[in-house]
Structures are given as C-alpha cells and as structure tokens.
Design a protein around this ligand. Structure first.
Ligand SMILES: [Zn+2]
Length: 212
C-alpha cells in the first residue's frame, strides 16, 4: 500500500515486531478487493507467491485479476483521513476466484495504524497487525477457512520473529490490556462461531511446535 500515508510516513522506521494483533473488519464484505487494490500502473510490491513459495512479479492489472476489481474508491491504498487513519500489515479474505488467501500490504517491520491507543499506549509501533474480512459471521465454512489461513500466517510470523503464541492478541484483548481502542474484534466473530481467542492461541502454539 505505497499510497497509504501510513506506509509513506513509517516505512523507513523499521522495528522488530514484538507481537501480533488479529483484527476483523466489522463489515459484511469478505472480498479482499474492497480493501486492497494496486494503484494505476503500480509496479512496486506487486507479486504473487505461488504454491511452491516462489515470488512471481505481477502488473497492477494482473493483481486486479487475482484480487478482483473494487468498484468503489474507498480501498486503503491511498492517503487516509487524518481523523481515522488506518493501515495494517495484511488482510485475509476472498480473492476474485473466492479462494481465501492472505495479501501482505506493508512490510512486516513497518509501523501500522490498526489498534488505536489505550491508556497504556498503542500496539501500532510494536505489533504486526492483520485484518480478517468478515462476512455476515454466520457461515461456518468461510470461518473455517479464515481460521486455517490465519493460523498458517501466524505460525509463519511466529517462526520468522521467534515469537510464542502468547504474543498473539486480538484487538479486543489489546484494548482490555490498555494498549488499544475500544473494539470487540475478532472475539465477537469467534463467539458467534462457538470459539474464542484462548482456543485459537492454543492452535497457534500447536502449529508453531509442529513446525519446529
Ligand atoms: Zn480491530
């Protein structure tokens, strides 16, 4: 998201991530295209990691073919309003072919604008943060795919930065700890699907262990 002012202002201040915050969007639109679009003619940062882990450069139009085309103008790859600036490290949702996938939108070591501030500070300068694109939160099949994709991403990031599962928190938990704004995500979606962050963290811990 080279056009987002979060990237413009923060990408040169690299920091080592100390944890990860998981969010969900709070709006019924599971399509990645709603949030993530290349700008016209974008060439930097547009790549697709294929199933064997190889990075393949893509043009902006090829990225739109993969992600889908957003018909509105409110994707996040542009300057954000000063009052409610927002940008996260990645999104998980549906690509154009309805496959559930992760799209990285900032360098992992770039500060984000995701969880706001609480009385003790903010996770924005210390934590990788990603959004899961909500649907109506009643589709168990979609939720299961989000769960699996988020687990895979978290296992990868925990291994990459030597983090344990206890370093993974939801936006709601960040708020409860005094380091975030007053939001209920992603716990509200988990609750509707009969799950909880504690169960999710246990699954993350098991996946990290399995990967050695
Ligand atoms: Zn959130």
């Amino acid at each position: 998201m080279y056009k987002n002012n979060c990237y413009v202002r923060n990408h040169s201040f690299a920091r080592t991530p100390k944890g990860i915050v998981i969010h969900s969007t709070g709006a019924n639109n599971p399509k990645l295209a709603r949030y993530v679009q290349p700008y016209s003619g974008q060439t930097e940062g547009t790549a697709y990691i294929d199933s064997s882990g190889v990075s393949v450069a893509k043009t902006a139009s090829q990225m739109i073919t993969l992600l889908g085309k957003h018909t509105g103008s409110n994707d996040w790859n542009k300057p954000q309003p000063e009052g409610i600036p927002k940008c996260v490290s990645a999104f998980i949702g549906k690509m154009a072919d309805s496959t559930v996938a992760t799209v990285q939108t900032l360098l992992w070591d770039c500060n984000v604008w995701g969880s706001g501030e609480g009385p003790k500070g903010s996770c924005n300068g210390t934590h990788i943060q990603f959004e899961c694109c909500e649907d109506a939160c009643t589709d168990a099949g979609y939720f299961a795919k989000i769960w699996d994709e988020a687990l895979a991403l978290l296992a990868h990031l925990c291994n990459l930065y030597g983090l344990s599962a206890s370093a993974v928190v939801s936006h709601k938990e960040a708020y409860d700890l005094g380091f975030g704004s007053n939001h209920g995500d992603i716990d509200a979606w988990f609750t509707k699907q009969g799950s909880a962050m504690a169960k999710f963290r246990a699954a993350v811990a098991a996946k990290i262990t399995k990967r050695g």
